[in-house]
Design a protein around this ligand. Sequence first.
Ligand code: T5A
Length: 206
Amino acid sequence: MLITFEGSEGAGKSTQIRLLADTLRARGRTVVLTREPGGTDFGEEVRNILKHAPYGDRLTDEAELLLFIAARAQIVREVIRPALKRGDVVLCDRFTDSTVAYQGAGRGMPEDFIRSLNTFATGGISPDRTYLLDLPAEVGLARARRRAEAGAPADRMEGMQREFYDRVADCYRRLAAEAPERIRTLDATLPPEAVFSHIIADSIFR
Ligand code: T5A
């Protein structure tokens, strides 16, 4: 089972993934916890370039898109596909929908082309379930800001205008409306335990 978590900055994906991994492990399931971009040695280097490279302000939208896709091609073959073959549960912090939302709606790159690249990178693997943690952009950005004030390094992907994050959030809502059987939308303004109670009540965990 491949389960992905999506949403804007600071929506609480990592928090929910940790809660779900702990609960499934306590039930005896083998859980692989991973993230995009990242999850492999190559992917983590790509992540660092995308978020923290000193030349990040010169990175073109096209190069950025292809870096996300390259990291995905690697994690699918090195981590996700082998884990699914073993019968493990894979929890992935962001996946293909992020590219449609951020590079498609956010950067304005053609969605059909991004979907083709996603299919190429994943080899056709798609999530069995996706939780969309839905949050007004300003709430997520305020959470991210608090983290920066607490000393987290500057993040190129968190430096966009507010309209960018509004387009991302709107795109996620549209994707959820288009694929209601896969994508479950959760109110991420609720406390973490309340959000998690909706996830764990999902019939796929019975
Ligand atoms: N990206 C990624 C693309 O543009 N295209 C792509 O194809 C892909 C794969 C990744 C960046 O890359 C972009 C999107 C991103 O900009 P990242 O660091 O992984 O960078 O960014 P995020 O995924 O946004 O990770 P964050 O850590 O910012 O957010 P999370 O994981 O959603 O949130 P979390 O759990 O770390 O929580 C953030 C803060 O909020 C608190 C937590 O304690 C924490 O302080 N919190 C809550 N507070 C109140 N109520 C709740 N329910 C809370 N849940 C958590």
